[in-house]
Design a binder for this molecule. Sequence first.
Ligand code: AKG
Ligand code: FE2
Length: 251
Amino acid sequence: MERFPIFESYEFNEEQKAEMDRVGHFVLPGLLTSKACERLTESLSYIQSLVPNAAEGHEPNRFAAEYDEFLESLIGHPQMLALARQVLGQDLRYDHCVTLNRPGGNQGTGWHSHTYSDDDPSLGFIRIFFYVNGFDVNDGGLKAVPGSHLYRDKYRFQTDEEFQSGWIADKKHMLTGEPLEIQDLSVPDGTVVLMWTHAAHAVSPRQPNSKTRWAVVYAYRNPGRPSAARWISEEFEHKHIDGVEGLMSLY
Ligand SMILES: O=C(O)CCC(=O)C(=O)O
Ligand SMILES: [Fe+2]
């Protein structure tokens, strides 16, 4: 597969890394090149067309990179790996690639976090979200709670109010002592969002008349623990993919 730049230039040094570690997510607005957005839109539309006839246990949205060569080629893209390593350090593994396309009227999702190495924060797990055509508040919009990732808790709440009274209310930011608060994000086309997997997040419903929100997430982690979200078929684990040598195994 032909390689071309997927990211515009960006800054991610110690200052940005410290923010990521304090807040739990980091937004890189408009990071994706226009060619990357074009190719991603094609690939994500293709995956979406396969969804109605999905094979249970090997769904095209959940094993997306196994169904599309361009999505596959991004797992080991040098710019993708450089970004993942800026957060996780050198020793990492690929974990999953899931499409997050949300057509008009999509219900979004309630508050939750994801788990990995819950008792040992020295092992990290990040999600790299590509929001190809962005999103607005209350229109397939990602919501987050800065500082929530430091708790490494697992929960599920449907509404903001339930999450507020059921979990947020008695929590303080572990480093700053500030009360925790819900943040509604709004991002332009081509935005990449990095998120520690333990961070609380939710997605608002997509408005009925809005076009499909095209998005995909790539996950990487430091090896050392089993991973619940490691959606890789055995065949794919052993496939030769440029740039992915040594990154596919669990440990
Ligand atoms: O659709 C999104 O923006 C995020 C969905 C989600 O909760 C996830 O990928 O973990
Ligand atoms: Fe999630």
